[in-house]
Design a protein around this ligand. Structure first.
Ligand code: DLZ
Length: 158
């Protein structure tokens, strides 16, 4: 689906069921806030467009992407929450932080979904620079936040 040449937000309409009674948690990393805020707006907009009640969208912020896994777990363990969307942006730098954070959050989010048997969606941009991130947060490559939300919706319709 996603490639450097494609608009990442293109998706097929299969498995899109009625989510109007569903409750979603969205965890947003504050690191690279300009990007993650755009991801949040995209995800929120898709959920509302698909009939999710605004009161049933619970947003929690965390300092950085490394904290997404634990906060996703705190939301996923709440019985009334049906799916969690984790949004972050990790930009390649001079340090090894990039690899450690990307690997940790990918593993962590996977574990939370398996532990609580709910969709926990990896909406984390991992890019070489901020320009690439912005292109994927409402720019020419679509919005990874939209994609994360539609993925959550589709998993609930599995
Ligand atoms: C430390 C750090 C660095 C260098 N880069 C990013 C980044 O690009 N994106 C991101 O979301 N977070 C970054 N962080 C912060 C870590 O995710 C985490 O918040 C701290 O290491 C504290 O645990």
């Amino acid at each position: 689906m996603a490639s450097s040449e494609k608009n990442l937000s293109s998706f097929s309409g299969s498995n899109v069921g009625d989510v109007s009674k569903k409750k979603f948690g969205i965890v947003v990393s504050e690191w690279n806030e300009e990007v993650t805020e755009a991801l949040f707006q995209g995800a929120y907009g898709v959920l509302v467009k698909h009939g999710v009640n605004r009161d049933n969208i619970i947003r929690k912020n965390v300092p950085g992407s490394f904290e997404l896994s634990l906060a996703s777990q705190w939301l996923a363990q709440q019985e009334d929450i049906d799916a969690v969307i984790s949004l972050g942006c990790v930009i390649q730098g001079e340090t090894k932080h990039f690899d450690f954070i990307c690997q940790a959050v990918a593993n962590g989010i996977t574990e939370v979904g398996l532990k609580y048997n709910k969709p926990v969606i990896f909406g984390v941009l991992t890019t070489n620079n901020k320009k690439q991130a912005l292109e994927r947060a409402g720019g020419k490559h679509g919005n990874k936040g939209d994609e994360a939300a539609i993925t959550a919706i589709k998993m609930l319709g599995f």
